[in-house]
Design a protein around this ligand. Structure first.
Ligand code: 9WN
Length: 455
């Protein structure tokens, strides 16, 4: 595809006249530098230090950013990810770059050992998946920079996106109610969320297991911000169980130690069908079945994961059959479903606008990842309090989808302000706004570009 460079903000090289525009141009330049610095021949690493390979849902968000700068990279990003799709349709959550040392990230390629499994690509990948936000991202990227080559790329991606949905709805519907189960906290993308505390506590493991391995995350990030050793021991135990079964999904209910229906994962799966309906229409395929599946997933999500007594969505632990009690930001994300009934939209707005999350038309800080008023709210620890740009982007997208532009503008302004003050960090202190984790994080940069272009 021909290289096409699109200015992120403003009409080219002429410096914008007023200060605000100059600041936005400077911010866009930081985002562009971040993405350029993390570009790696056919994909973008989330972070050069912490995450030196390709991650699935990161690539989806990153493609949205590239659509503003170099649309051909948006399509290369998604294409390289889907080139690693397994024969059963699963899109692996990590695609390992073979030239990076095995111990640069834990667990590395040797641990996953996927190449000996039938139906896997030549490249080593993980055997897990992540929230299927790719169809939504592909459609968004296309609308940001439509062109003939982009339509052709979208057309090539379409059957792969459909296969991804097919995998999730046919292999992962462990609960039998039309929702997909995640088999590991890493599949949620919000790995360390309090939503997983109960199901994770039931996974047998001892921190001593980790003596056989070397965690790399705490070499690059503060241990106090990261999951604990016991959490990691359980993460390893769950992968070990799945790997021992050849990453197969038959009889998961009888043998797998962690099975959860996650609100975000399933909202993404439903939103993917709505996006696929748009894509199908654009490329001359039939949007009807996608619309039907989107409606069915939305209904199942409300039936299974909405709790009328708390007024928000929770994760369901299939081992106990119970909803997990934590009120996390995951509960707000079904807003991305265009067919979400008004009662649940209203309930989410109440929850989001409460002191738990602080959504308002004028707000200082974006949404935290966990309920600010909860006793286990931890402003520094991974997914247990800090703010993330991708989750805020999704909720903002949901607010626009359901006709709340003032709230979306308030949230968007707080996100831009955060990045303007702290830079393109991986996550942010939910009160002070200080940048945390990796300082040059790709999806923060990518989604910032998207916001700057839109607002
Ligand atoms: C495990 C890459 C990924 C994100 C996840 C985030 C973190 C990995 C880790 O980094 O997860 O997949 O090592 O902690 O939680 O959302 O995709 O940025």
């Amino acid at each position: 595809m021909v290289e096409q460079v699109v200015p992120a903000v403003g009409p080219g090289d002429t410096p914008p006249a007023d200060t605000a525009a100059r600041e936005r141009a400077a911010l866009a330049a930081v985002a562009r530098t971040t993405l350029d610095g993390n570009w790696e021949h056919d994909h973008t690493v989330p972070s050069r230090t912490l995450y030196p390979h390709q991650w699935s849902w990161d690539s989806a968000f990153i493609a949205i950013g590239w659509a503003h700068l170099r649309p051909e990279r948006a399509w290369a990003e998604l294409t390289s990810l889907f080139d690693a799709q397994w024969r059963d349709g699963r899109v692996p959550h990590i695609v390992f770059n073979p030239v990076v040392a095995d111990d640069a990230y834990f667990p590395g390629p040797a641990f996953w050992a996927t190449t000996s499994v039938a139906g896997t690509p030549r490249t080593v990948t993980s055997g897990l998946v992540q929230p299927p936000v790719h169809a939504l991202a592909a459609w968004h990227a296309y609308r940001r920079a439509p062109s003939e080559p982009a339509r052709a790329a979208l057309g090539r991606l379409y059957p792969r996106l459909v296969a991804q949905q097919h995998y999730l709805s046919n292999h992962r519907d462990v609960g039998g109610a039309g929702l997909a189960s995640i088999v590991h906290p890493w599949e949620s993308g919000l790995d360390n969320s309090p939503a997983w505390d109960e199901p994770l506590a039931a996974v047998p493991a001892e921190a001593a297991v980790l003596r056989a391995y070397r965690r790399r995350d705490i070499v690059h990030a503060a241990a106090a911000h990261r999951p604990t050793d016991l959490d990691y021991a359980r993460y390893v135990a769950i992968v070990t169980a799945y790997r021992a079964a050849g990453y197969r999904d038959e009889q998961l209910a009888d043998r797998h130690p962690f099975l959860v229906e996650c609100p975000l994962f399933n909202a993404a799966m439903g939103a993917a069908e709505s996006a696929l309906a748009h894509i199908a229409q654009e490329i001359g395929a039939d949007p009807g079945p996608h619309r039907q599946r989107a409606a069915a997933i939305t209904t199942a999500l409300v039936d299974r994961l909405y709790d009328p007594t708390t007024g928000t969505f929770h994760a369901r632990d299939l081992r106990t059959g119970r909803l997990t009690p934590a009120r996390t930001v995951l509960g707000l994300t079904p807003l991305i479903l265009p067919d979400l009934p008004t009662a649940q939209v209203e309930a989410i707005l109440v929850e989001a606008g409460s002191p738990r999350f602080g959504l308002a038309a004028r707000m200082t800080r974006p949404l935290p990842s966990h309920d600010r008023t909860a006793v286990d709210f931890e402003p520094l620890r991974y997914w247990r309090g800090p703010s993330w740009m991708n989750i805020n982007w999704l909720v903002r997208y949901g607010l626009l989808t359901h006709g709340h532009p003032r709230l979306a503008a308030g949230l968007g302004a707080s996100m831009i302000e955060l990045a303007a003050t702290a830079g393109c960090h991986e996550y942010f202190h939910p009160d002070t706004g200080a940048g945390l984790g990796s300082p040059a994080f790709s999806w923060t940069a990518a989604l910032l570009l998207d916001l700057l272009a839109e607002m």
